[in-house]
Design a binder for this molecule. Structure first.
Ligand code: NAP
Length: 458
């Protein structure tokens, strides 16, 4: 190991992957310090700004991250953007190791005509808007239409479809952004159609989330029994009683038997149906969809192959929920095809496939946008194991420079952990009289003001 101790690591991105990485380093036997850099003044990443506001139990994982943040060897550098306030090269020279845990910050494209028409939005933007992300508050979602189409069959599609269907009572007790609650409550949308390109057994949503769709106070659920018909080969997939496919299918069967629709909204789940074009005069007015059949590929996985059968669904809002995608950071290798940082067990690889000494990644930017929050714990442990092996092998080095000095010289307003705690306290204070967990501050100026005038961590 290098003679200068403790080991100093910068983690970039304060979401679950960043916090699990910090925790794994700080709980190792190695004497180490972790500085966690985050572009926003607030930590927790998608736990604050992605998890649905009506799922507070999932958000409670932030309590685990709070414990890590209180470790004396941990410092939070909020409101610091890598690439803007400090370059990746500078970080690598200041720290023994840098771990990128920046998530997957944009959406995948469907690649069909009309995708860019006004009224067609990535679900990622809708999620960021209703969760109060300060960069998404100017977006203007027109909810004055009668029907919305949600493309995709993952848990994000389920989240956005459900949010469109919640009642005022269900929304008002959450920490969704105030402006979003008002707009969602005034929504004219009466029908939400969710389009899965493959069949009910291939959907990637999980059973508790699907079950919740059938228990909404203000929306009925509808599934066409014909779209649940399976061929004998597919029925074999139902053999395992504990599989998600089996549990989903049983729920879908019960939904398809519900014929009384008395609530003010209807949530319609469609399968083997793909959009092929969004059309409209200056904005989305309809979606042309095609019926798919399932065909086994060389790897055995079933793919959706379009048939000749088409139909048109009139709608004024399309939320494209077909997966997230990583965004490159200048100066850090990026695999454009996969939308991730090329890596081997978390060691970032150069163009020749060789590990770059001191550079690591964790979470969605490492493996792609999959898994639940807890998946990032194991993922981070793998990266940290590689990092500590390299430290033990004496490969890691750093200069004597300090990040805080460099940022101070550049007049960067760093929000430290007490700064975040001040934001947190203000939000909770605003929420308490309303019986809400918090009222989120959703504007940059409000967040920076609430953080107070503290000096950056020294
Ligand atoms: P996902 O689970 O990967 O789902 C993406 C969906 O988009 C799939 O149904 C996929 O269909 C479909 N799709 C992809 N390309 C398409 C296209 N061109 N046309 C039509 N459909 C297309 O991703 P996600 O929903 O964004 O979720 C990301 C991760 O976060 C997942 O691991 C999810 O479980 C997790 N998450 C969890 C929760 C929760 O636990 N409550 C909530 C939100 C998110 P194919 O299967 O055919 O590719």
């Amino acid at each position: 190991m290098n003679a200068v101790r403790p080991l100093r690591v910068a983690v970039v991105g304060a979401g679950p992957a960043g916090f699990y990485t910090a925790a794994a380093i700080l709980s190792s036997p190695v004497d180490a310090e972790v500085d966690l850099l985050e572009r926003l003044p607030t930590p927790w990443g998608l736990v604050r700004l992605g998890v649905a506001p009506d799922h507070p139990e999932i958000k409670s994982v932030s309590r685990v991250f709070e414990k890590t943040a209180l470790d004396p060897a941990f410092r939070f550098f909020g409101n610091v953007e890598v690439g803007q306030d400090v370059t990746p090269e500078e970080l690598l020279s200041i720290y023994d190791a840098v771990v990128y845990a920046v998530g997957a910050q944009t959406d995948k494209r469907m690649g069909i005509p009309g995708e860019e028409l006004p009224g067609s939005w990535p679900a990622t933007a809708f999620v960021a808007w209703y969760n109060g992300h300060p960069d998404y508050q100017e977006l203007d979602f027109d909810l004055s239409c009668e029907r919305a189409v949600v493309v995709g069959n993952g848990n994000v599609a389920v989240d956005v479809a459900r949010l469109l269907a919640l009642t005022r009572a269900e929304l008002e007790c959450t920490d969704a952004a105030d402006a979003a609650i008002e707009q969602l409550c005034g929504s004219q949308i009466r029908e939400i159609v969710m389009l899965g390109r493959r069949g009910p057994l291939q959907a990637s949503f999980t059973s508790p989330e699907l079950k919740e769709l059938g228990e909404l106070a203000g929306a009925d659920i509808a599934v066409d029994p014909a779209e649940l018909e399976l061929d004998p080969a597919a029925e074999a997939l139902l053999a395992d009683e504990r599989s998600t496919a089996r549990r989903n299918y049983e729920l879908l069967k019960t939904y398809s038997a519900r014929s009384m629709h008395t609530k003010s909204k209807l949530l319609r789940l469609r399968f083997c149906t793909s959009p092929v074009e969004l059309r409209g005069d200056g904005r989305v007015e309809e979606v042309s969809v095609v019926r798919n059949r399932l065909v086994a590929g060389a790897d055995g996985a079933l793919r959706a192959v379009p048939t000749e059968e088409r139909e048109t669904i009139r709608c004024g809002l399309v939320l494209r929920s077909v997966g997230y995608r990583g965004v490159p950071i200048e100066g850090v290798p990026f695999d454009e095809q996969l939308g991730i940082v090329p890596n081997q067990q978390g060691r970032i690889l150069d163009g020749r496939g060789e590990p770059i000494v001191g550079l690591y990644c964790a979470g969605w930017i490492k493996r792609g946008p999959s898994g639940v929050i807890g998946t990032n714990k194991k993922d981070a442990a793998e990266t940290v194991a590689a990092l500590l092996d390299d430290a033990r092998a004496g490969l890691l080095e750093r200069s004597g420079e300090q990040l805080s000095e460099l940022l101070a010289a550049r007049e960067v307003r760093v929000i430290d952990y007490p700064g975040w705690q001040a934001i947190d306290a203000r939000e909770r204070e605003l929420g308490a009289p309303l019986g809400r967990p918090r009222v989120k501050l959703t504007r940059w100026a409000e967040l920076l003001e609430a953080a107070g005038g503290r000096q950056p961590p020294s």
